[in-house]
Write a protein that binds this ligand. Sequence first.
Ligand code: FES
Length: 268
Amino acid sequence: MSLAPETYDELRAIGARYPEARSGLLPMLHLVQSVEGRITPEGIEACAEVLGITAADVSGVATFYTMYKRRPVGDYHVGVCTNTLCAVMGGDAIFERLKDHLGIGNDETTADAPGQRSVSLEHIECNAACDYAPVMTVNWEFMDNMTPESATTLVDDLRAGAEVSSTRGARLCTWREAERVLAGFPDDRADEGPSAGPASLVGLEIARERGWTAPAADGGSRGELAGGDRTGASEASDTSRAETEVKIDESPADTKHRDNPAKGQEAR
Ligand code: FES
């Protein structure tokens, strides 16, 4: 069954945010997931129709990114980071425990049960939150410094419909609601929670203590270390940067680089 007229209106509204409507395809696909619970053939057709491109074009994007799901997702999509750092810090143990506890495997969803919310499980390769390893996500919100025990308590609370908050973010909503936010329709929870936590701010504190500053935005001045506290590593880095700057200066604007084959063709 094709999507409702209101959904078509919202798809068009997303496309209208961009100079080229096609740039809105990613949020449009999130809207499809919020309405359909996954990327359906009807959702692909709707995006293609609104953008005037082929279903194959849309499908190529929807199958490339792992955030787009071809199978139904639960009310709560639980991700467990099993990339190297999280894995050795306990991510592998958490993932094994959750598979046992929920009775499902990777990319699977718990069966519907009366009075219970459904949960799907996915192992994720690095959430870019390694300072809080092992890290989980629920509907893309962070759950930091997890253990097998806290992970099972978390999914039990989710299934029971208890209110749960991300450790660094908002109260958790359902997956479909989160997908609508990713489509660009805010739920006014963006400012809930502490956002950046202490572990992410350690580097900033050290820089402040030592008086380190960032390079000027125009590239005209390099950051200096206070009190002559320059290490061999930073001096080596400066030397390397100076060499790079010389190379840039020596590189004429019409240089044909190998990573741009089209330009290489023109040069022949
Ligand atoms: S390795 Fe898990 S967040 Fe980076």
